[in-house]
Design a protein around this ligand. Structure first.
Ligand code: NAD
Length: 255
């Protein structure tokens, strides 16, 4: 019997086999969970479908988080097929590349709205849509980054979006605790993914992480997956509203 045997849940945010969400999915499946997946658009469906099928998933649905109808449709399909779910993984972020390149003060209004909408508000709307099917004792985990609480070169508007995301985690946790639903964030160290490719000088972040993190190395998708598994499982039944760092200890180092 695995830690997640008999549990069912959905993962938002797989784009390819480098995605953090994919690292999470593999750990959850290895622990016995049944998984549903979403993909952003048709080109990504071609990547996501075979990955999802390799973990025996049959519920693979489109969802642009800016489209409320698609989000509602995802959870009503889950209700139809499964009745109830045990967990939701939110591993989604987006900002215009131009807005990440400019000095922060030059962030466009539209770019600010877009980054906050896709990367932070989506957790709120996803939670709202999930509530009718999320069972008591259910768990939600999102992915964040240190740029929320410290300035990180070139992270700019995404740092503001992550601050909003982490605050949303706390407000959702405070609201949903009475229903036995837990909401937490995992703050990962830098990992080479599609989203990371949009951040200027990302290579430098990798080398600084290796140099300054107490563990003197980068973290992997697998390690983020294992910490997420813990937060989604009953091992973390007393944990909510937290931002849990999986960054080799980088966040504690001051220089
Ligand atoms: P990724 O590119 O593999 O995943 C990002 C996902 O967001 C993709 O699947 C993409 O399709 C999805 N997405 C973007 N806009 C969307 C929309 N409108 N609707 C639905 N989905 C949308 O990159 P990743 O690094 O695995 O990112 C996953 C999460 O981890 C993000 O929240 C990211 O900020 C966070 N994170 C990444 C790192 C890192 O260094 N890679 C570090 C800390 C946190």
């Amino acid at each position: 019997m695995g830690l997640m045997s008999g549990k069912k849940g959905i993962i938002f945010g797989v784009a390819n086999d480098k995605s953090i969400a994919w690292g999470v999915a593999q750990q959850l499946r290895a622990a016995g969970a049944e998984l549903a997946f979403t993909y952003l658009n048709e080109p990504l469906e071609r990547r996501v479908r075979p990955l999802a099928e390799s973990l025996d998933s049959t519920i693979i649905l489109p969802c642009d988080v800016q489209n409320e109808d698609e989000m509602v449709a995802v959870f009503s399909e889950l209700e139809k097929q499964w009745g109830e779910i045990d967990f939701v993984v939110h591993a989604i972020a987006f900002a215009n590349r131009e807005d990440l390149k400019r000095p922060f003060s030059q962030t466009s209004r539209d770019g600010f709205r877009l980054a906050l909408d896709v990367s932070a508000y989506s957790l709120v709307s996803m939670t709202r849509c999930a509530l009718p099917v999320l069972r008591k004792g259910g768990s939600i985990v999102t992915m964040t980054y240190l740029g929320s609480v410290r300035t990180v070169p070139a992270y700019n508007v995404m740092g503001v979006a992550k601050a909003a995301l982490e605050s949303s985690v706390r407000y959702l946790a405070a609201e949903l605790g009475e229903q036995g639903i837990r909401v937490n964030a995992v703050s990962a160290g830098p990992i080479r993914t599609l989203a990371a490719a949009g951040i200027a000088d990302f290579k430098k972040k990798l080398s600084v992480a290796v140099e300054r993190a107490p563990l003197k190395r980068l973290v992997s998708q697998e390690e983020v997956g294992k910490a997420t598994l813990y937060l989604l499982s009953d091992l973390a039944s007393g944990v909510t509203g937290e931002v849990h760092y999986v960054d080799g200890g980088f966040n504690i180092a001051a220089g």
